[in-house]
Design a protein. Structure first.
Length: 308
């Protein structure tokens, strides 16, 4: 890849065999090396790394609902090979229908990292919480994991999926899951603002997207697997989501939380795309009809009110 002068870069790699571990590792290393070679990764010596994967439900990665733990293992191997790392924490929080410890065990995360002495799995909902300044929706009442907030370098590992409430979920929406509150459904009627504030509280330094098998239709957990065979990485969370929206065949301006993040300068939509090209006509996702999305939003608001 030719080195170019641009504030942000987003790198795309493609797999020919979706279940090939050597190809997955090669693709992950390719996109990460691409971002690093453009000078967009600065990890301090003896850094404490936090990796936030998307594990929103106890469903295997082949369903398109959750991140493949092997993709994260490739990320960990790459970090350990290239940097002087003090520790790596893989953290996810409980959700309305998720117990993180169960997910770590059932989905293979414990087995995947049991031989890594410097890597630990952490339920962010059970970690000590610290108060985070917030003047928006949370009105100074935002409390996040101490380990998460004090990490030297945050990596968001997202899954590319449709979402019945906000059209698409990727790196920005992944940070919504870092909120240690279990019943996150209470925030659905203010989803855009909450996504923005959680990213502003601690913005990812690096984003990696597992789009080997995405999800279309009634996402983010009840949709249909969408085989894409691609891995994406970038230094800017807004840029990464902007490109992933295009890959999914969605106008990025139609995703309200992404538009809010762009307008409020959380990141930039000025970036270079390097690596494999993706034709949106071939990768375009199927979405639920607008009327069903509207009904789902209303249902979620009623459910949120009842269970608040």
């Amino acid at each position: 890849m030719e080195k170019r002068d641009c504030k942000n870069v987003v790198i795309v790699a493609r797999l020919r065999q979706f279940q090939s571990m050597p190809q997955i590792q090669s693709a992950v290393f390719e996109v990460l090396n691409g971002v690093r070679n453009h000078g967009r990764i600065e990890i301090p010596s003896h850094a404490k790394i936090m990796i936030k994967p998307n594990i929103c439900f106890v469903k295997r990665h082949e369903t398109g609902a959750t991140v493949d733990p092997f993709v994260v293992r490739c990320l960990v191997d790459w970090l350990l090979e290239n940097y002087n790392i003090e520790s790596i924490t893989i953290g996810e929080a409980d959700a309305t229908e998720l117990n993180v410890e169960v997910a770590f065990k059932v989905l293979g995360w414990e087995d995947m990292f049991k031989t890594y002495p410097d890597v630990r799995l952490l339920n962010l909902s059970k970690d000590k919480r610290i108060k985070v300044k917030s003047k928006g929706f949370f009105s100074e009442n935002l409390y996040l994991s101490k380990t998460y907030m004090e990490a030297d370098f945050l990596i968001s590992v997202a899954k590319l999926k449709t979402h019945t409430l906000c059209r698409l979920t990727c790196a920005l929406k992944n940070q919504f899951g870092a909120n240690p509150v279990k019943r996150k459904i209470r925030y659905h009627k203010n989803l855009d603002e909450v996504i923005y504030e959680l990213n502003k509280a601690k913005i990812p330094n690096l984003c990696l997207v597992d789009a080997i098998i995405g999800m279309e239709g009634e996402g983010p957990v009840k949709g249909i697997p969408k085989p894409l065979g691609i891995v994406v990485a970038g230094n800017d969370v807004v840029a990464v989501d902007h490109l992933c929206a295009k890959i999914a065949g969605v106008n990025p301006d139609k995703i309200s939380y992404l538009r809010m993040a762009t307008e409020r300068k959380l990141g930039s939509v000025k970036y270079d795309v390097l690596g494999e090209s993706v034709d949106p006509k071939q990768s375009k996702f199927a979405f639920v009809p607008r009327f069903r999305s509207t009904l789902m939003t209303l249902y979620q608001e009623i459910r949120s009110f009842v269970n608040f």
